[in-house]
Design a protein around this ligand. Structure first.
Ligand SMILES: *[C@@H]1O[C@H](CO)[C@@H](O)[C@H](O)[C@H]1NC(C)=O
Ligand SMILES: *[C@@H]1O[C@H](CO)[C@@H](O)[C@H](O)[C@H]1NC(C)=O
Ligand SMILES: *[C@@H]1O[C@H](CO)[C@@H](O)[C@H](O)[C@H]1NC(C)=O
Ligand SMILES: *[C@@H]1O[C@H](CO)[C@@H](O)[C@H](O)[C@H]1NC(C)=O
Ligand SMILES: *[C@@H]1O[C@H](CO)[C@@H](O)[C@H](O)[C@H]1NC(C)=O
Ligand SMILES: *[C@@H]1O[C@H](CO)[C@@H](O)[C@H](O)[C@H]1NC(C)=O
Length: 481
């Protein structure tokens, strides 16, 4: 007995219907859109949300690693030779950075907080103890000489004192002292003249167990793109160290959180108080961290490029018009007048001149670029490495014989790598969201698949209807069973 025709047409109609639904769902993007809008409403800084918990107390371990440059030829440098340095590191600290004094404002559209950072030394992840000695530029001395260079009387007085006390252009201190502070004999002597002076010097002096000021963040409640975006820092919505409004603006988040639903052509802004400026990162690669897909964002070359390559950087030349070249940032004004120049480690992406000026610089993209791997749906950071180098601008100061015949050089002192990799518990949670996303995104295609299958069955049945009765009869039991 032949199959009832209406039944065959029924299969055909279902095939067509599933195909239409499948294709229109695929084209209209309704399922991914639905998931995205759910993530957008869930990723807000609001007491109780997972995003808030992760923002207030980052679950993944953060490590701060320092690599010091030990000067090997101080005598030659005073005679005008190129400095030769050997890198020692890492000296690793576990960094804890909870948000504290968290207060929600104005119906939860903004939240104020301070970000207290505490550093605990990790001997097992370091090349040596904090008591390792490093010979480098005497930063307090360089700062003092720079400050008094135009006052011949004081300069000669200070220079005489330095000679009698045996203070030179270079000094040797432990890693711990250089980072967290030591009493400096020159500063101590100057304190007699200027009692308000602090006689302790350290690159991260007073940075342990303290915060960099009060932040006001947007919560992302009104617009998901504003999630964790800095509104004001220490009550101000812009900086005043630079010479243009664009350069002084505080843009983006603090670099530790990003808004959800990120696309490849987005520009991610962040403000870094260490670097005394805002910067941005752009998409460079697709990555996977612990099986979770991510986009890698990195600051492009233009961010630190010279004026020919990026005229917008004119505002970072201080004093106005005094530009140092690609890859360098004069942060003197934001570091109490110390002649500090920031760059990428080993002058990565800086002018070749700076690399050549110091023997021992080997810039390498993988080791020295700043990169942030972000899960594009949730905005969650999968892995990040912020890399900086602290340098001192060294030059001959006429009234100070301590500087000898030193050539003008951007002298590297230490470079750091502040990094994080997502913890396993957060990775598991994120994986569930990714699985859900994959399933949901594939529903239209599954429907299309089912439609095609039904279509094939329909064609098959149609052919069967049209073949001679005898052959159909032979196979009939198969179909009607
Ligand atoms: C969040 O809620 C908990 C429990 O209700 C409360 O103890 C805590 O103070 C709240 N935090 C903030 C920042 O409002
Ligand atoms: C750095 O150089 C100084 C002087 O040569 C030396 O005493 C010190 O041990 C060196 N530091 C390291 C970590 O090797
Ligand atoms: C930072 O402060 C904490 C707590 O006050 C202390 O345990 C830790 O040893 C300090 N770290 C350094 C590098 O001094
Ligand atoms: C801050 O953002 C504005 C507008 O997007 C831009 O013009 C300016 O250059 C940015 N500033 C910095 C320092 O990135
Ligand atoms: C900027 O850098 C480029 C390439 O290194 C160079 O050709 C140009 O002269 C530099 N411009 C200035 C103003 O230094
Ligand atoms: C860095 O900036 C400070 C303060 O604006 C200035 O006095 C100093 O000369 C600058 N250094 C260089 C090397 O241009």
């Amino acid at each position: 007995m032949p199959l009832k025709p209406w039944c065959v047409y029924c299969v055909g109609a279902s095939s067509l219907l599933t195909l239409i639904i499948g294709i229109s769902l695929a084209l209209s993007n309704v399922f991914p859109g639905f998931l995205q809008s759910r993530v957008k409403t869930e990723v807000v800084l609001k007491n109780g949300t997972e995003a808030f918990e992760a923002w207030a107390d980052p679950p993944a371990p953060i490590y701060m690693q320092f690599y010091f440059f030990n000067l090997t030829n101080p005598g030659e440098v005073l005679d005008g030779e190129r400095p030769a340095v050997v890198e020692y590191g890492p000296y690793t600290y576990r960094e804890y950075r909870p948000m504290e004094e968290v207060v929600f404002q104005e119906n939860g559209t903004r939240v104020s907080a301070v970000n207290r950072k505490t550093y605990i030394f990790q001997r097992d992840m370091s090349r040596g103890p904090e008591s390792d000695l490093i010979r480098t530029i005497n930063i307090p001395a360089m700062t003092v000489m720079e400050r008094f260079k135009d006052n011949a009387v004081l300069a000669n007085l200070i220079s005489a004192y330095m000679r009698s006390a045996g203070i030179g252009l270079f000094s040797t201190h432990t890693v711990g002292e250089l980072l967290w502070g030591y009493e400096d004999s020159l500063l101590k002597a100057l304190k007699v003249l200027q009692p308000e002076l602090d006689d302790v010097f350290g690159l991260f002096y007073k940075s342990n167990a303290s915060n960099d000021g009060e932040y006001m963040f947007f919560t992302g409640q009104q617009n998901y793109k504003d999630f964790a975006r800095v509104d004001t820092w220490n009550g101000k919505s812009s900086l005043d160290w630079w010479t243009s409004d664009e350069c002084n603006s505080i843009n983006g988040t603090n670099g530790a959180s990003f808004h959800p639903v990120i696309s490849k052509n987005e520009v991610l802004y962040m403000f870094s108080s260490d670097l005394c400026r805002s910067l941005y990162a752009v998409y460079t690669d697709d990555v996977a961290v612990k099986g979770i897909p991510g986009y890698r964002f990195s600051p492009p070359f233009e961010v630190f490029a010279n004026l020919t390559l990026n005229p917008a950087n004119a505002g970072f030349c201080v004093p106005a018009g005094n530009c140092l070249g690609s890859g360098l940032l004069n942060v003197s004004a934001c570091k109490q007048g110390a002649p500090i120049i920031m760059s990428s480690p080993h002058f990565y992406q800086a002018d070749e001149k700076f690399v050549q000026d110091v023997f021992g610089m080997r810039p390498k993209k993988d080791d020295h670029q700043t990169a942030i791997d972000i899960n594009p749906l949730t905005g969650f950071i999968l892995q990040a490495a912020k890399r900086l180098q602290i340098n001192v601008y060294v030059k001959k100061v006429p009234d100070f014989s301590e500087t000898g015949n030193v050539r003008t050089v951007v002298f590297p002192v230490v470079h750091l790598n502040e990094s994080v990799v997502i913890d396993d518990a957060s990775a598991k949670k994120l994986q569930l969201i990714i699985v859900e996303k994959n399933v949901v995104e594939n529903i239209p295609f599954m429907l299309i698949g089912v439609g095609i299958l039904l279509g094939a069955i329909f064609m098959f049945l149609m052919c069967r209807q049209n073949v001679p009765e005898s052959t159909v009869a032979e196979r009939q039991p198969l179909l009607s069973s």
